[in-house]
Design a protein around this ligand. Structure first.
Ligand SMILES: [Zn+2]
Ligand SMILES: [Zn+2]
Length: 218
């Protein structure tokens, strides 16, 4: 009865949100998912798309060197994966923009390093995969966007992308590498940041403006 209807509505709204997760793919358009499907236990699938089994159109060995001097190649490779590409092209909410602008590049780098050190560098824990808020969560910030864009969101992603085993603590070199990758993301997606940050007033809640286009509201 009414329960059935609400479930149907829920599915409909999920479809319309087109929520992109770390296992989503759009292979027809060259956007894959290279995350290994551990349930399938197919050893030789490593490095291939879990949906269409295509070989990655880049060299994993080269990526696994974690060479920050090779960052352009790595960024181009990341953009072959749907979830990464999404974070390199999605609309950045004003709140997230403002957070980055207030910090500026120097403090942003510190924030990325601090977060990686605290949440990503320790060996994989019980809640791995949930430590980095996504864009649809309540409080995503520019650091989280950068982490999702550069596969430093969790130990599983860092393992298949960069070959960093998830059962050990990251080295200083690895932390530095992931921080630089994050800053490469910030540079591309937040090109107007100043070095020292700037004053941005808080977003004022507009009361009536949005009532015109309610169609997308829940
Ligand atoms: Zn695919
Ligand atoms: Zn991840």
């Amino acid at each position: 009865m009414s329960k059935k209807r609400s479930l149907k509505d829920r599915i409909k709204s999920l479809e319309s949100e087109k929520k992109i997760t770390c296992t989503s793919s759009d292979c027809k358009n060259g956007l894959h998912c290279f995350k290994p499907d551990l349930r399938k236990k197919v050893n030789n699938s490593a490095g291939k798309c879990r949906s269409c089994q295509v070989d990655a159109p880049f060299d994993w060995e080269r990526i696994h060197k974690c060479d920050s001097g090779d960052i352009e190649y790595i960024v181009a490779a990341l953009k072959n994966e749907l979830i990464r590409k999404h974070y390199w092209t999605n609309e950045i909410p004003e709140k997230v923009q403002n957070y980055a602008r207030r910090k500026g590049t120097v403090k942003m780098k510190e924030a990325i390093e601090k977060r990686i050190r605290k949440y990503i560098a320790p060996p994989e824990g019980k809640y791995d995969g949930r430590q980095t808020p996504g864009e649809t969560s309540n409080q995503p910030n520019a650091v989280h966007f950068a982490q999702h864009g550069t596969a430093s969101c969790c130990r599983k992603c860092a393992e298949y992308w960069y070959g960093i085993p998830r059962d050990r603590h990251m080295t200083e070199a690895e932390i530095d590498y992931l921080t630089k990758l994050g800053m490469r993301y910030i540079g591309e997606r937040f090109p107007l940041l100043t070095e020292g940050g700037e004053y941005i007033p808080p977003i004022r809640k507009k009361k009536s403006k949005k009532s015109e286009d309610r169609s997308n509201d829940d």
